[in-house]
Design a protein around this ligand. Structure first.
Ligand code: PSU
Ligand code: MN
Length: 300
């Protein structure tokens, strides 16, 4: 038995499948307070307005919570000793009664424990620039567990061509939601392509259906460009990205600390410029996640 609590409202909806899982590393390690807390609540609101039930996932005092309540979201938004919960951190976090935010990998694993199949986030982890040994656990988990994951691609703090090659090797289909291009988080295109463009939530669900019926267990990655009114040109953030990566190398930042360090540096270096885009695309992805979960719940 694992220490897991499913929020009563989420539990009621599990059989209907109209639930969107949301991650919490973006709250604990991705955004500063109070933007993190407001964003978490806004994403939940976005899911509800589009006809589904949100389940923000996180760890509180060693318990895996499927559907954090407002107090728990506040606790994760403001607490100081937050573990980043990826695949290797569950046993440690539960045994040592930790608080933490679940990464993409962590949230996929938790969602499947609860029986949720659609998950919306900002950006996935991937292959880091200049360091092919630093590959996020998000990638192997995406390759091993069946989930529909909605994101805005990955931040170009990563090596995006290498990340896409890796996703190909790992058997993770990349679907461009109303786009032919793989988005680069802040910008609508990374210059790289996707495996298939889809224009409706139903197409995503149909592809996922056949993918899993084939007995393939990997996730489906749905990439959504940031809304055009907030998207930034690639060049606008490239200098800051290069600076952030350089500072991380100089400081010898390693392991699980790399991504949070780069995210924080990017927030500092680009100030308001990138935060506005970041928040808008997270909400947009929650909306698209809800549309897909709705279609998933209505499939025969
Ligand atoms: N990218 C972002 N914001 C984030 C993350 C990635 O733009 O908050 C978080 C996600 O939770 C992702 C995790 O799963 O960082 C990846 O961390 P790592 O590279 O250590 O696996
Ligand atoms: Mn890493």
């Amino acid at each position: 038995m694992i220490p897991m609590q499913i929020n009563p409202e989420v539990k009621q909806h599990l059989a209907k499948n109209d639930i969107v899982a949301l991650e919490s590393t973006v709250i604990t390690h991705g955004l500063p307070y109070p933007q993190n807390e407001n964003l978490a609540l806004d994403m939940e609101q976005e899911v509800r307005e589009n006809g589904c039930i949100p389940a923000t996932i996180g760890m509180v005092n060693g318990e895996l919570i499927i559907g954090l309540n407002k107090e728990q979201i506040h606790r994760l938004s403001t607490g100081s000793h937050m573990r980043k919960i990826s695949q290797r951190d569950y046993g440690i976090g539960m045994a040592k009664k930790m608080d933490g935010g679940t990464t993409v990998a962590g949230t996929i694993l938790a969602s499947l424990q609860a029986g949720i199949h659609v998950f919306a986030t900002g950006g996935i982890g991937g292959v880091h620039r200049g360091s092919f040994f630093d590959v996020s656990a998000d990638l192997p988990v995406l390759s091993q567990y069946p989930m529909i994951v909605v994101c805005a691609g990955a931040k170009s703090i990563l090596d995006l061509p290498a990340t896409l090659e890796k996703l190909e090797t790992l058997g993770v289909p990349v679907l461009g939601y109303q786009t032919d291009a793989f988005p680069a988080f802040y910008s609508t295109s990374s210059g790289l392509g996707v495996d298939m463009r889809v224009d409706s939530p139903e197409e995503v669900v149909e592809i996922a259906h056949y993918h899993w019926e084939m007995g393939i267990r990997s996730s489906i990655l749905v990439v959504v460009p940031p809304p055009s009114d907030v998207a930034l040109p690639n060049e606008d953030v490239e200098n800051e990205i290069q600076d952030a990566v350089k500072i991380a190398e100089e400081k010898g930042i390693r392991g699980a600390k790399v991504t949070p360090f780069l995210l924080e540096k990017m927030n500092q270096l680009t100030a308001g410029k990138s935060m506005h885009t970041n928040l808008a695309l997270l909400k947009n992805n929650a909306r698209v996640g809800a549309l897909i979960a709705k279609a998933y719940s209505q499939q025969k």
